[in-house]
Design a protein around this ligand. Structure first.
Ligand SMILES: [Zn+2]
Length: 324
């Protein structure tokens, strides 16, 4: 018994010593150092919380950080958050913030085609001749189970009709639907669950501000720039893309009109299923195809009255195949 008590006593002695040592460091050490990081009140920019700084030192979790018109709330350590806005004018607003498990911050921006103006689609390669794609470094490893919000809806449609349109859009991605002759080899799955009184975690300036554990598609006011926005949260996976934790989608019914069936008289309404297919592409890990790829579903801008993005182009399919 003495042999057992010995190490225990030693352990307590060491613990007491460590406690004493740390107390003395606090009480009798040098004058208190200034905090490693002191953030101003209000919204922050990436200059306020630069890459390499620590969200722990800066107590930054939950604070809003903006860059070039895009914004998001700082996620918990071990989490990455991305905002992807689909605009009417080709000005990509893509912004990603990764917080490592130790709290260190890093960013990714879509600098290349920020403020690019779309060219005429007639000047861009045809969808089946354009193999360009960008992946976002994350994917759905299981089944994307999603909800439809119980609030406002786009296109003056019934909830059942909107659900049907969104399901078709999600299926276009999970089935790799295309008119280019590519077989469906995409293995990821999705399932609609129900309506919910939860909302997409996207605020009135299209910022990714809240992760509540539910994948919600809904509509509302996200500021005048974005036709629709996807927010996604993910976490690192060894030797693979990040694992998607949550992806929310919101359609901007405050500033844009949508239709499920553009008529010949359509001048400015956005095809709901085309926009939804693009957003579903983000949900499943695709980024924006850049300038010069105006005929791909994942081009950063949406074209009013066009249903072309309902089916995928070559690059959209190749991007999905690279992930799944
Ligand atoms: Zn987009």
């Amino acid at each position: 018994m003495a042999g057992r008590r010995g190490p225990g006593t030693l352990g307590r002695a060491i613990a007491a010593f460590v406690l004493t040592a740390s107390l003395s460091a606090v009480c009798v050490g040098e004058a208190p150092r200034t905090p490693a990081c002191a953030l101003a009140r209000g919204e922050l920019t990436v200059e306020d919380l630069p890459a390499g700084s620590s969200v722990r030192d800066c107590r930054a979790v939950g604070r809003v950080v903006t860059h070039d018109g895009a914004g998001l709330a700082v996620p918990e350590p071990g989490t990455t958050v991305s905002v992807d806005a689909l605009t009417a004018d080709g000005s990509a607003q893509d912004f990603t913030m990764a917080v490592a498990a130790d709290g260190r911050v890093s960013y990714a921006y879509d600098a290349d085609h920020a403020r690019a103006r779309p060219r005429r689609r007639a000047d861009a390669p045809a969808p089946c001749a354009d193999g360009a794609y960008v992946t976002a470094g994350r994917k759905e490893y299981g089944t994307y189970e999603w909800f439809l919000g119980d609030g406002p809806l786009p296109a003056h449609l019934s909830r059942a009709e909107v659900r049907h349109a969104f399901e078709a859009a999600v299926a276009a991605i999970t089935a790799g639907r295309n008119d280019c002759g590519y077989e469906d080899t995409v293995t990821v799955r999705a399932r609609y669950l129900s309506t919910t009184d939860h909302e997409a975690g996207i605020d009135r300036e299209a910022r990714c501000v809240r992760r509540d554990g539910l994948n919600v598609w809904d509509a509302g006011d996200i500021g005048p720039e974005a036709v629709a926005t996807t927010c996604s949260w993910s976490r690192p996976v060894p030797d693979g893309p990040d694992e998607l934790l949550e992806a929310d989608v919101r359609f901007n019914t405050h500033d844009y009109a949508f239709t499920d069936q553009p008529s010949d008289a359509c001048t400015r309404a956005y095809d709901l299923r085309s926009v939804a297919t693009h957003e579903a592409g983000h949900v499943f890990g695709l980024g924006h195809a850049g300038e010069g790829h105006e005929n791909l579903t994942m081009y950063a801008s949406s074209f009013a009255c066009s249903t072309a993005a309902r089916t995928l182009g070559k690059g959209d399919v190749l991007g999905l195949r690279s992930l799944y």
